[in-house]
Design a protein around this ligand. Structure first.
Ligand code: DAH
Length: 351
């Protein structure tokens, strides 16, 4: 009988070695420790043993039973650990997966070039003054010395917003940033009418014209207006300021030129050109003749000074109105102004 018990133990432990999953383990338990297992059958037969044999066999049988149960528990633990390990590996969250990129916005090239201009003008002592985009005819034209019917109005084909019941003073989209000159001068001079403070400002913003569109003309575009008013300001101050601006933008060797021109609100007036870097001065569809017109300028007309609250006997001033987009075109080699507001990401993403 002892031999039989040893055999039961050996077979049981051997069989347990081959158990690979929970189902096989349960089958093993039924076969080796269950009620009809060989071991339990032996227990049932103890009644027929002699008094001397019984305790010896009983002890050994209990040992075998304990050994099998311990082996069963250990195997069961092993299987559970293995299953856990497998599930951790299989269901692992792969944190190395690259995240989805959030597309970052960026500043529009107009904004970028304007900010650069603010920085440069700031260094020269100009403050930024923001004026309105919707204007009256009075501010957009009349106070700037364009009376009703003045032929110079033809240069600025105008979008009218509202004219009914407004007589000679319809509401318009500003055709240039120059009306801001009057608003700023009036605001500053009203603080001290008899001895108004000098003015040194730039006025940026969008302007609107009902124009034939081409590579350098758009129906809406940015301008940056400059205005300096004070005692003893001369045309050489104007030339120095704009030439310095060009050098700060394009380097010491940039070539600039002033051409005599006409604007009702300046006298004398000039046009300000920078050599065209797009064609190297040979002439192209952007510049025409090798120079790109960046804006107009001149000495503030006495009538305009007067309208702003500045006595033209005591004050002089210069003004200019530049096209930041034209500057950006030269800076970045953009050959068509229409790209700026076409809203094509392939263009905008290059800045
Ligand atoms: N306002 C003019 C335009 O849009 C540009 C201009 C010319 C502005 C001469 C000025 C100036 O301040 O002095 O065509």
């Amino acid at each position: 009988m002892l031999e039989k018990l040893n055999e039961i133990e050996r077979l049981g432990l051997e069989a347990l070695e081959t158990v690979r999953d929970e189902a096989a383990l349960e089958a093993w338990r039924v076969a080796h420790l269950g009620r009809s297992s060989a071991l339990m059958q032996l227990f049932n037969g103890f009644g027929q043993l002699s008094k001397e044999e019984r305790p010896v066999m009983g002890q050994r049988a209990n040992e075998v039973k304990k050994a099998l149960e311990a082996a069963f528990n250990a195997r069961s633990d092993e299987l559970r650990q293995a299953a856990l390990k497998r599930s951790i590996e299989q269901e692992r969250l792969d944190v190395t997966l690259p995240g989805r990129r959030v597309p970052l916005g960026r500043l529009h090239p107009d904004t970028q070039i304007l900010r650069e201009l603010y920085r440069i003008f700031g260094e020269m002592g100009f403050q930024v003054y923001c004026s309105r985009e919707v204007e009256s005819d009075e501010y957009n034209f009349q106070l700037l010395n364009f009376p009703i019917g003045h032929p110079a109005r033809d240069m600025q084909d105008t979008y009218f917003v509202e004219s009914e019941g407004r007589g000679d003073n319809p509401i318009v989209l500003r055709t240039h940033t120059s009306p801001g000159q009057i608003r700023a001068m009036r605001e500053i001079s009203s603080r001290n009418p008899h001895n108004p403070a000098p003015v040194r400002i730039v006025l940026p913003g969008m302007v609107y014209r009902y124009e034939q569109v081409d590579a350098r003309h758009e129906t809406q575009f940015d301008q940056i207006e400059g205005l300096a008013v004070g005692p003893g300001i001369t045309f050489s101050d104007l030339k120095g300021t704009l030439a310095d601006l060009a050098r700060r933008l394009f380097g010491q060797n940039v070539r600039t030129r002033f051409r005599a021109s006409f604007f009702p609100f300046t006298e004398p007036s000039a046009e300000f050109d920078i050599e065209c870097f797009l064609c190297g001065g040979k002439g192209c569809n952007v510049c025409g003749g090798g120079w790109l017109e960046i804006g107009g300028c001149g000495m503030v007309h006495p009538v305009v000074l007067q309208n702003g609250g500045y006595d033209p006997e005591r004050y002089t001033g210069f003004a200019f109105g530049l096209g930041p987009q034209r500057i950006a075109m030269l800076r970045y080699g953009i050959n068509d102004i229409r790209y700026f507001w076409e809203n094509d990401l392939r263009f905008l993403e290059q800045f």
